[in-house]
Every structure is written in C-alpha cells, then in structure tokens.
Design a protein around this ligand. Sequence first.
Ligand code: PMV
Length: 327
Amino acid sequence: MLKVTARAHTNIALIKYWGKADQQLILPANSSVSLTLDRFYADTTVGFTDQPGPDRFVLDGRLQDAAATHRVHAFLDLVRQQAHIHGAARVSSTNHVPNAAGLASSSSAFAALALAASRAAGLSLDPTALSRLARRGSGSATRSIFGGTVIWHRGTDDASSFAEPVTTAPNLDLRMVAILIDAQQKDVSSRNGMARTVATSPYFPVFTATAERDSQAMVAALAAGDLEQIGELTERSALMMHGATLAAQPPFTYFAPATLAAWAVVRAVRAGGLPAYVTMDAGPNVKVLTDATHVDAVVAGLRAQLDNELVVCAPGPAARILTTTEE
Ligand code: PMV
C-alpha cells in the first residue's frame, strides 16, 4: 500500500465566504481572500487498500465512528472516482494547534486530505485541480492549497471555482495574532449556519455583493501594500458576515461575551495609533491583523488588557507532501 503524508496550513479569510451558490459542488456565492498561517496545520496520512469496504479514519489518535467518518468517506469517493480505484482508505490525521480552543479548522483538514489522498490514489493533480478537489471537502480548504495571501474565485461551475495566490507588495509582511477564547455555547456548524443565512437573512444579498467587490479591492490593497485599506476591508467583511447571521431566522451568533471584550481592546490598541484590525469566523476566537513592524507593540497592548492566550502567526506555506512510503 502506498502511504502518503501531506501537511496543509489553516487559512483565515480576510474577505469571508459565507454562503453557497451550489451546495453539492460547494460553489460559493462570492469570491473570498485569505491568509494562510504558519502556526496552525494538519498532517494527514492516506493509503488505499486493494479491497472495497468501509474507510477507516483516525483523528488525533482516536478512531472515528461512522457518523464522523461520513464526510471524509464522501470526499474519498470523489478521489476514487477520479482515480478509477475502489479500495477502502486508511486515513490518519493530526491537528497541530497550540491549544484546542476551536482553531482546528476544516480548511487545513480537507486541503491535507485532498493532497494526501489524491497522491495515494495515484493521481498527480496540479495546484488548480487540487484546489478544486479540496473545495469539495470544505469551501475554505480551496484556499489552503496555497501559502500566503490567496483569492478563491467563486466561478460558475466546478472547473472555474478555484483559488490562486495573490501577489503582495514587497514591503508588506502581514502578521495575525489569534486571541484564544473558550467556546461556552454550542456551535452552529459553518455548513448549517451558512445555509440558514442564505435562506433567511435579509442582509445576505448585501453581504455577498459587498464581499465580491471587496475581494477585488483587497487584491488591489495587497498589491499596493496598503495596510490600512487591507485592515478596514477585513473588519468590514467579518462584521457584515456576523451581521448577516444576527438577521437570520432563527438568529444566531458566534460572538461570546469575551469576543466583544477582546474586540474592544483591539479598538483601543488601534486608537493608540497602532495598525490592528479584527476578524473572526464560525467560533468566538478573535484574530488581529497587523504587520511585522508593529506586531510586538500590538501584542504588548493586548497583553496589558487581556488574560487570554495569544498566538502570533506569520504567513504560512502551501500544502505539501511530507513523506511517501510503500508498505
Ligand atoms: O469551509 P467552511 O465550510 O468551514 O467555511 C468557512 C467559513 C468561514 O471560515 C467563517 C469563512 C471563510 O471564508 O473561511
């Protein structure tokens, strides 16, 4: 059995994807732009046996039950179809996150799975094809095939919806500080949260039209190295996404009280003259965008007012193969 281990890093969207145009193909309603992070990643090993049968999925050392394996199994079916193979898969995945506070992400998980499984199945996909495959596991995984700053073109069909790297100005060296906040409430999965937002939130059409335009504005701001513009677009996209969930029926939010407290501290740090901009995703953790020149001062400002664990991230690399072994 050919066993392939791949590593993919988590990405955080600066311009958010929050709603699908096609549920089955996972085509997003709008394009999105992200930053891949060095500190959070998944290592995933895949091998295919010669015989059909149930796939086996071990996550962080624990064998997963049929329900938990279902999404991985459906994804592996796509890989088997493309490779014309039928064997059951052996999958083992480890999340590398400094703390388990909701930072293990489906973006790194499905990007690592797409790379490891496609290679183990004998496919040699180029980055665009790999990005399209990863998309079928989880939308945000489309972007984690690439390092640094990345745009996911929404596209109109399977072939045209993929990600690619975005060129940034040479003087721009982004940093993202994760403020870890414990989730108190039960999460609404991103899949269910998006579906409810698309179906019921009157704010959704405004969110998605703005995100489409802001994706292009973000590409221009990254190329120009305009941190203020990058930060303002980032905050607006996050706030509009979370505004859209608040207007859904029934309404829901990923804000915890500590989220708002952290957000206020970031605003205070910015009012003190430092570039520091907030984003957040389908969980209460707050992430602060700044640059290498200012990150130490931003961290000092946050530490002065917050007890939370802080993780400073730099841009991370593209998904890659770590090992290939024949057993
Ligand atoms: O890829 P999913 O289904 O986990 O959705 C990701 C959604 C957000 O992280 C909230 C936004 C984004 O663009 O990554």
